[in-house]
Write a protein that binds this ligand. Structure first.
Ligand SMILES: NC(=O)c1ccc[n+]([C@@H]2O[C@H](COP(=O)([O-])OP(=O)(O)OC[C@H]3O[C@@H](n4cnc5c(N)ncnc54)[C@H](OP(=O)(O)O)[C@@H]3O)[C@@H](O)[C@H]2O)c1
Length: 404
């Protein structure tokens, strides 16, 4: 039945006033209470935004806004899980090379960016021009900088990567697949000529990090042995438990930074590698400073050391002899740039990690969940972000979104 012009006009008027009411910060509780109204296709959303750089606790605020119905090639996504990675915090602090675009597109009073770079969401509606996605699909971001710390987002279809088969996977597994596992996967596989005969090694620091754990498990899958360096714990029982944790997911050896820098370790590593006949072909470094120098010394001639982080904030210093006489190559890796340059390979890498996850060969990382519901206070969200760079944490911070 055709809609009468009067009905259509009043519907459009209603939609406009709803939009006006909720476009800016959702201050009034009346607006909060009626957020579920969806007759006109508007989605009420909240985002963690910042309009200047600084410590997360000082610069993050929550911004409520409404999202218009999906049109054209746009897609409305409800976020399910978004991790809090060290790079996200560095970005908010303004010390990360990739700076987000700040604008007033969400109706903030000042130009602002939505924080967060990784996560998984569920498609809740699609514009009429959307070809590859439909309601209920799970999607991750094709590239970083999309701002994932928000309950919902409107995004162009071209920015999303569909998870072809979400069967047997949890939002946590999918929401943390594209940064850490992809980084570990590419750094390990692409940094050496491996023979996959089970007699090759890599060595890494930050071994209990998300990337480190991914490297251990991928290495195991590909038949690489690993020497994994962690920071020692004051509580030795805790330290032993952490070592055992990493051994349980496939680490060959786990040592502390202190052990790495001890006199005895040289003979120990010689013994593990059968007098050096089994080569240590790759070193992965996300720490820097003295522990990174110590790690580089154990690489076999012709090996590659890849630096992908600088958690200790200490510079790298390597003896010239490693370059001249041992022909060690020192390189870096940045998954954001790699993903932008290799979109197809990124999809393959994600698919392969998810295949391993489904096959229970890739275990969940330990996490500290921060539930994000409609009523969650901004201080709770900020506190979850602030502690990220603190170190000695039991798990990675992740926002788990409740249905809002
Ligand atoms: N280049 C890239 O493309 C790329 C991609 C992903 C990650 N990253 C980098 O990789 C690193 C790990 O990231 P993630 O997400 O895997 O980390 P994560 O799971 O959040 O874990 C943080 C790791 O950093 C260690 N750490 C913290 N403070 C430290 C300090 N002062 N000195 C030494 N180690 C310290 C922690 O060890 P404790 O438990 O002992 O505190 C833990 O192993 C970060 O630097 C991140 O920026 C780079």
């Amino acid at each position: 039945m055709a809609t009468s012009p009067l009905k259509a006009a009043s519907r459009s008027l209603l939609a406009q006033s709803w939009r006006l009411l909720c476009r800016n910060k959702l201050r009034s509780s009346a607006c909060d209470r009626s957020r579920a109204i969806s007759s006109y296709g508007y989605t009420q959303a909240k985002a963690l935004v910042y309009s200047k750089y600084g410590e997360p606790k000082d610069v993050l605020s929550i911004h409520g806004h409404s999202i218009s119905p999906a049109a054209g090639s746009s897609v409305v996504v409800r976020m399910l899980v978004a991790p809090i990675n060290p790079a996200d915090v560095n970005q908010i602090q303004g010390v990360y090379p990739a700076k987000p675009e700040m604008n007033t597109a969400l109706g903030t009073s000042e130009a602002a960016a939505v924080a967060g770079n990784e996560g998984v969401g569920e498609v809740i509606s699609t514009g009429s021009g959307v070809k590859s996605l439909s309601k209920g699909d799970w999607v991750i971001m094709k590239s970083t900088g999309q701002g994932t710390w928000r309950t919902h987002m409107a995004v162009d279809e071209s920015q999303l990567l569909k998870i072809d088969n979400k069967e047997g996977l949890t939002p946590l597994q999918v929401g943390t697949v594209s940064v850490n596992p992809c980084t570990a996967y590419r750094m390990l596989l692409d940094s050496a000529k491996w023979n996959f005969m089970g007699d090759e090694w890599f060595i890494q620091n930050g071994a209990n990090s998300g990337v480190g754990r991914a490297a251990i498990q991928l290495g195991k899958e590909w038949g690489f042995k690993s020497i994994n360096v962690i920071r020692g714990r004051e509580n030795k029982e805790e330290e032993q438990k952490l070592k055992q944790d990493l051994l349980d997911i496939g680490a060959t050896k786990v040592i502390t930074e202190e052990e790495l820098m001890s006199r005895e370790i040289k003979d120990q590593i010689k013994e593990w590698t059968h007098g050096g006949r089994e080569q240590i072909k790759v070193g992965l470094n996300c720490v820097g400073g003295k522990p990174a120098t110590a790690l580089a010394k154990f690489l076999s001639p012709g090996a590659t050391m890849v630096t992908y982080g600088a958690m200790s904030k200490q510079p790298l210093a390597h003896p010239a002899s490693l370059l001249i006489f041992k022909d060690i190559s020192f390189t870096g890796f940045w998954v954001s740039k790699w993903s932008d340059r290799n979109p197809e390979q990124k999809k393959q890498t994600v698919d392969d990690v998810l295949r391993l996850t489904r096959a229970r060969k890739f275990k969940d990382i330990p996490v500290q969940e921060c539930k994000w519901g409609w009523e969650t206070e901004v201080d709770t969200l900020k506190a979850a972000v602030q502690g990220t760079l603190g170190g000695f944490r039991p798990g990675k911070g992740v926002f788990v979104f409740e249905e809002t």
